[in-house]
Design a protein around this ligand. Sequence first.
Ligand SMILES: [Zn+2]
Length: 159
Amino acid sequence: MFWISCPFCGHSFHIKRDTMLIHGMDEGIEKRLADGSYFTHECQHCKKLFYMMHPFLFRDPDRKYVLILSNQESFNNLPVDEQVVVCDRVPDFLLAYKIFSQGADARVVLRVKKQLEARYEGSVVFDSYDCVKNILWFEIDKQMVAVCLDGCHNKGCKK
Ligand SMILES: [Zn+2]
């Protein structure tokens, strides 16, 4: 159980949420992580939408990564041979999930995102990775923009 309070009106409430998910255990949650809605909550009082921040861990033992949403800095009992990414904000965690779950290269995605942000004024949102054509898709001002990557970044791709 978590104690959450609405950032708009201060309404606070208890909510029961999972704190850990292994890839393949719950497709429903993974779908909501992928579309970015998993942490979104509508306040029952003022009806505004906001992100609920609570500790959450996602692990994919096959692709060997662990994504952690937490304000903590150190963690016990993490697998030593898997990449661990710690995020302290919900949008960062959702971006990390999008990148890692599609087998994209986080460094490449963040570098291209930065380049696009420098070139366009609007917000740049990473959408998806086409590992067959090796293309990154971004949404900029409601338009889809494709960025073809040179070389091979599709390690771990299972499509
Ligand atoms: Zn509220």
